[in-house]
Every structure is written in C-alpha cells, then in structure tokens.
Design a protein around this ligand. Sequence first.
Ligand SMILES: Nc1ncnc2c1ncn2[C@@H]1O[C@H](COP(=O)(O)OP(=O)(O)OP(=O)(O)O)[C@@H](O)[C@H]1O
Ligand SMILES: [Mg+2]
Length: 250
Amino acid sequence: MVERVKTGIPGLDEILYGGIPKRNVVLLSGGPGTGKSIFSYQYLWNGLTMGEPGVFVALEEHPVQVRINMAQFGWDVRPYEKEGKFAIVDAFTGGIGEAAKREKYVVKDPDDVGLLIDVLKQAIRDVNAERVVVDSVSTLYLSKPVLARRTVMLLKRVLSGLGTTSILVSQVSVTERGFGGPGVEHAADGIIRLDLDEIDGELIRSLIVWKMRGTKHSMKRHLFEITDHGIVVYPNKIVRLGRSFRLETI
Ligand SMILES: Nc1ncnc2c1ncn2[C@@H]1O[C@H](COP(=O)(O)OP(=O)(O)OP(=O)(O)O)[C@@H](O)[C@H]1O
Ligand SMILES: [Mg+2]
C-alpha cells in the first residue's frame, strides 16, 4: 500500500486515486493566473486542518501578502504560526523593511539557494512539516536556466529526505506547452498542469495530471473552478481542447 497525502482539494484526490504518494516532489506548472498559488495555499491549509504541519516558501510575494491572500479564502494561518505548526519562509524581502523584521524565517540573500535551503531545513524541523510549497522555483533560476535541474534536485533531496510531500510551483508562459524545462520535468516525481484557455470568448480552467510516480492517475483533462472557498475539480467533467472544444460529462 502506498502511503498518500490527501490534498483535500475537492475532486483532486479522486483523480489521484487517493492523493499524492508520500515524499513525492510535485511540479505544479501553469501560466499566469492559472491558480498555482491558490492551489498551493489550499494544499497547505487542508494539511493544517488535518493535523499536518506545513511550510510555505515565499519567493514571489511578501509574506504579509501571502497571509492576506490566504485569509481571503477563509484560511487564516496566523494561529497555526503561533502554535508552531506553520511557517512562512521569507525569500522575498531579503530582510528589507519593517514588516520583514517581524518574520522568523528570513533568507537574507534570496539569490543564494544554499542559504535558502538552510533556512528551509530549519523551518521544516521547527514545525515538523509534512507539507512544503515553494512558490515559485522558477524564480530561483530565471536568470540562470542552466542551474534549473541542479536547484530542483537539491530541493528534492532535502524535501524528500526530511519526509515532506511537496509542491514546487513552476511558471510557464501563456503559450508554452511544457512544464518548466527538461531537467526540472524529469527530476520531479509528479507534474500537475493548470491551464486557462479562451474558448468562444470565455476563459475555461482545466487541470491535467501529467505524471505521478507511485500511483495510477486520471489521464484526462478535468474542468476546475476557483471559488471563494478555493479550487474545486470536477472528476466527471472532461475538457477536450484542440480544434473543436468540447466539454463532456462522464
Ligand atoms: N475569490 C475568487 N473567486 C474566483 N476566482 C478567483 C478568486 N480569487 C482569485 N481568483 C482567480 O485566481 C487567479 C489568481 O490565481 P493565482 O494567484 O493562484 O494564480 P497563479 O497561477 O499563482 O499566477 P502567477 O503565476 O501570476 O503567480 C485570479 O486571476 C482570478 O482569476
Ligand atoms: Mg502565483
């Protein structure tokens, strides 16, 4: 029996046959505004409510903004931070600004991956994290793509080694069909891709599990929505892209 971590995202565990296999490092890739950050927040929040501590590595947004974004969905992490069950690693501010001085886990030089990993390890140990999200890994190698695979392998060794089941957010451009580059895609244990497509003057959200080591999974493209309570995936609504778009209920 494979040990699994339930994402708790409605509909998603069903298409993953129960959840993400424990210790997997999953690449969550998609273009701008496809819902990667919301997905990540929801994954961590659901962990907290199930008694699984978590760590969020903020590379794209100020930690203060991350708390605000989460609270908008009713996910207030501050009590969990106070209890020592949740931590945000600030790899955004570089320690600059008044608000940053109140952060417990600050990466002084966000370009220094070694330093980031040291702070991350500390946070994982302190809260006994079972779930980790890095939003986004792309930020770590945007200016130096040759380091992409090495960076992801380094993170994978640490995250998997410490027993966490983690999500690495990967940014791709609107038109790109890939997931974040060859080195990265092969290094990850799983790939979930979020898409946003304009069909007949309307944007349609869909999700596909491209790979997930250690389990079978749906091979279909599923419709999903973002609501005031977060992401809802529809296991029985299949999106067919291509020359003629079709939405099919199975
Ligand atoms: N309460 C809400 N109800 C419905 N949709 C929402 C709500 N809040 C945000 N959204 C949608 O979610 C999108 C933002 O999602 P998110 O921040 O997770 O994207 P992202 O993939 O992380 O993008 P980026 O790569 O730019 O960081 C918004 O553009 C909007 O369409
Ligand atoms: Mg985002």
